[in-house]
Design a protein around this ligand. Structure first.
Ligand code: AP5
Ligand code: NA
Length: 346
């Protein structure tokens, strides 16, 4: 076991740093942009007016977002000690980047943004309709991340010295070579590489790069919709989440000494922990309707809670219980935000 002082920089993540612009909107707003209630998509040209419209016409809230950055902020909150987690991603040189940087740093995250001067920082529209939310990410600067950022001497040292790596499926739309490089480092050093299926569109449209990295993935996270999308894209003849999980862990793997694990969340239903020979369930404490502010960020917070324990070498059982704790907490807060001190008891 490392002493807590040795923990600095042990977790490295790469992703899209996005500022969430969140607002409650009527259904016809979604219809106007041909969006679905519970979806996550990348913005196309026709979606670009959304962001301005949200700010001008609704009571929009600005919240730090971006899936991996969310998870790492939550992990930092639970760990307490700053700079355990390091984050790489690309932003512009603007006010939104300043907000993101400030939120990440005040959470204790060690951010090392690549900065692209003439591109705006990415945003994600969070369109809330009742208990549903639809995400539309305009990656902007985040889409400009390049592998040479990881090759800068300081950043290379941070990657080399980490003990755990976490990258979202979302980052597959941006820079697969960076993902492959980090994954290869993890493999060479026999250190865990964790990934997330992130959204159905990743399996639908980015299956080739996803399958290219899968042999390196030690732990794969996903929710029900994402697991089903993966299964469908693979042509697996099953809709059973346990069976999908078993097939996910059975996909080719480069380091057979560390069999793959799949962790599938299903809202307020139990979390499934799938290993080669077993499927275990971890119950979720159902929240009362009046306690729920919004579920946005629940999936990311789950991973954050999990990571906070995993990097301390805790058992999978403790990691998953902390994931459920963290998700439950952020559901009681707007977006992926927290209040007060963490109350997780092992
Ligand atoms: P994310 O964090 O994934 O949030 P979400 O998808 O809105 O969260 P969901 O509520 O849908 O959770 P889930 O379906 O993943 O998990 P589940 O319901 O199983 O994404 C939001 C962020 O994504 C934004 O900040 C945005 O910036 C970012 N983003 C969007 N596009 C991006 C892109 N292209 N690149 C990068 N970032 C991007 O729940 C998980 C756990 O929550 C459960 O296991 C349980 O513990 C708990 N839980 C859920 N529901 C309940 C309940 N009713 N009661 C109690 N606990 C619950
Ligand atoms: Na929330």
């Amino acid at each position: 076991d490392r002493s807590s002082n040795d923990r600095e920089g042990i977790l490295v993540g790469c992703g899209n740093p996005l500022l969430d612009i969140s607002a409650i909107v009527p259904m016809d707003f979604l219809q106007k942009y041909e969006m679905k209630e519970d979806d996550a998509i990348l913005a196309e040209e026709r979606h670009m007016p959304i962001y301005r419209e949200l700010v001008d016409g609704f009571q929009a809230e600005f919240l730090a977002g971006g899936s991996v950055q969310n998870s790492l902020r939550i992990a930092q909150w639970i760990l307490g000690q700053p700079k355990v987690a390091v984050f790489f991603g690309c932003v512009g040189e603007d006010e939104y980047a300043d907000i993101l940087m400030e939120k990440a740093r005040s959470a204790g995250l060690d951010v090392h943004y690549q900065i692209k001067k003439d591109v705006p920082t990415g945003t994600c529209a969070v369109l809330i309709t009742g208990t549903h939310r639809s995400l539309c990410a305009n990656l902007a600067a985040a889409n400009n991340f390049t592998i040479d950022h990881l090759d800068q001497p300081l950043n290379k040292a941070l990657v080399d010295n980490a003990l755990y790596y976490y990258i979202s499926g979302f980052f597959l739309t941006v820079n697969p070579p960076s993902i492959m490089q980090v994954a290869a480092t993890a493999l060479a050093k026999q250190r865990p590489f964790l990934m997330n299926l992130s959204a159905p569109f990743i399996s639908q449209f980015y299956m080739a790069p996803l399958l290219a990295v899968m042999p390196y993935v030690d732990i794969i996270f996903g929710n029900e919709a994402e697991a089903h999308a993966f299964a469908t894209a693979q042509g697996w003849p099953t809709e059973d989440l346990r069976e999908i999980g078993k097939r996910l862990v059975a996909l080719d793997k480069l380091n057979p000494a560390r069999p793959r694990i799949a962790i599938l969340t299903q809202g307020c239903d139990p979390v499934l922990l799938i290993q080669r020979d077993s499927v275990e369930e971890f119950p979720v404490t159902r929240l009362a309707v009046h306690e729920i502010v919004d579920t946005n960020g629940a999936g990311d917070a789950f991973v954050g809670g999990f990571l906070s324990q995993f990097v301390q070498g805790k058992s999978l059982d403790v990691c998953i219980r902390c994931g459920n704790y963290a998700a439950g907490h952020i559901i009681k807060n707007p977006g992926c935000t927290y209040t007060g001190e963490p109350q997780f008891v092992e």
